[in-house]
Design a protein around this ligand. Structure first.
Ligand SMILES: O=C(O)c1ccc[n+]([C@@H]2O[C@H](COP(=O)([O-])O)[C@@H](O)[C@H]2O)c1
Ligand SMILES: Cc1cc2nc[nH]c2cc1C
Length: 352
């Protein structure tokens, strides 16, 4: 396993940021959770005036052998078809990335068919996973390789100037893998974790739960051994997202989380380095029911809830302007003293 060192966020700078934010020309606390996020960004970056722009969006694509069990509403070939759509700029994440001025890279970490396109970074570890209902999805060495691909891509996009990481994914069948991983971290029943993903009907949802239940009984995966855990029931893009998050946190770069699969990848990253969670802000709440459970395990409240359930990093990209507003508030607002504005009268009005 590669050596990863993730420092804890800097509590002192976070406290200093809170004190400074109280001096800005507004009643203390009046910018609500934006103030909290600004202080967290200061603690993450070690900078009282954190910069989050430009964001770097990495979309990792991979296929899932478990799709043969009939757990998705779409055929597996959609993964590759969407990769070409990303390359042409026609997917939701392309649109939203352009809106927020993001650097965007598409990475093939395990699409089942060859991808030949100059706009797609070819880092295929293998042609999709095996069907984890029957056998291990991949080997621990392959899981580690996929983690490494994500790590290296994050190092690269940060090197190009990205100041926030958004990890996105594309992989037909990946809500089944993400649900299986999440189920091993909580006592919540599968009925509360497993959702309709791309939009399966009610009968198929019951079948999807059963496939996961049997896979968990077959493999008995142990999250305390994260590479084996990922190898048994994970996915190549999930491993890559976790690796990307580890690289970002190591470099004190804030991570804006997307939906269900991304947040499960965040929980995977935390199994490798607990401090990585210090660098995460939840972008949105997905419609997938397990997402609320995953966010609860991470202790994060999402910025927005627009009933999205697309993936690709789309929810994080849509939420990003709120994070940018929080950061700009600190660097651009005047203070009471610089603007000559009177503070509250001393009678306890300052108490929140
Ligand atoms: O991000 C989410 O919360 C989310 C929720 C449901 C589906 N998705 C996307 O849909 C695909 C997985 O759905 P499924 O039904 O094939 O498992 C995958 O490409 C994800 O990006 C994403
Ligand atoms: C069309 C389509 C686009 C997606 N983007 C992420 N997951 C997806 C799943 C489908 C089916």
């Amino acid at each position: 396993m590669m050596k990863i060192f993730v420092p804890a966020a800097n509590c002192q700078i976070k406290e200093d940021a809170c004190a400074y934010i109280d001096q800005l020309t507004k009643p203390p606390g009046s910018l609500g959770r934006l103030e909290q996020f600004a202080a967290e960004l200061a603690g993450m970056t070690g900078n009282l005036f954190p910069e989050v722009t430009p964001p770097g969006v990495l979309v990792f694509a991979a296929d899932h052998g478990v799709v043969v069990e009939g757990v998705s509403a779409y055929p597996a070939e959609v993964t590759a078809q969407m990769v070409y759509n990303f390359a042409r700029g026609g997917a939701a994440i392309n649109v939203f990335s352009r809106r927020i001025g993001a650097l965007l890279e598409i990475v093939d970490v395990g699409v089942a068919v060859p991808i030949d396109n100059e706009r797609v970074i070819g880092k295929k570890v293998r042609r999709g996973t095996d069907n984890f209902a029957k056998t291990e999805a991949m080997t621990p060495a392959e899981a580690e390789q996929a983690l490494h691909v994500g790590y290296e891509q994050a190092v690269s996009i940060i090197g190009q100037g990205a100041r926030t990481l958004i990890a996105g994914e594309m992989g037909i069948g990946n809500t089944t893998a993400a649900s299986a991983l999440l189920a091993t971290l909580t006592d919540e029943p599968l009925e509360r974790i497993v959702g309709k993903g791309t939009g399966i009907a009610a009968e198929r949802l019951v079948h999807k739960q059963e496939v996961i239940r049997q896979a968990l009984a077959l493999h008995r995966p142990d999250p305390a051994k994260p590479l084996e855990w990922l190898a048994k029931i994970g996915g190549l893009e999930i491993a890559a997202m976790a690796g990307a998050m580890l690289a970002a946190a190591e470099r004190r770069i804030p991570i804006l989380l997307d939906g269900f699969i991304c947040t499960v990848a965040a929980l995977v990253a935390r199994q490798f380095a607990p401090n990585v969670a210090d660098y995460m802000i939840a972008g949105h709440r997905s419609e997938e029911p397990g997402h609320g459970i995953a966010l609860g395990l991470l202790g994060k409240e999402p910025l927005i809830d627009l009933r999205m359930r697309l993936g690709e990093g789309s929810g994080a990209a849509v939420a990003f302007p709120l994070l940018a507003a929080a950061a700009a508030m600190v660097s651009e607002m005047a203070t009471f003293s610089s603007a000559g504005v009177s503070t509250a009268e001393a009678k306890g009005e300052k108490e929140r």
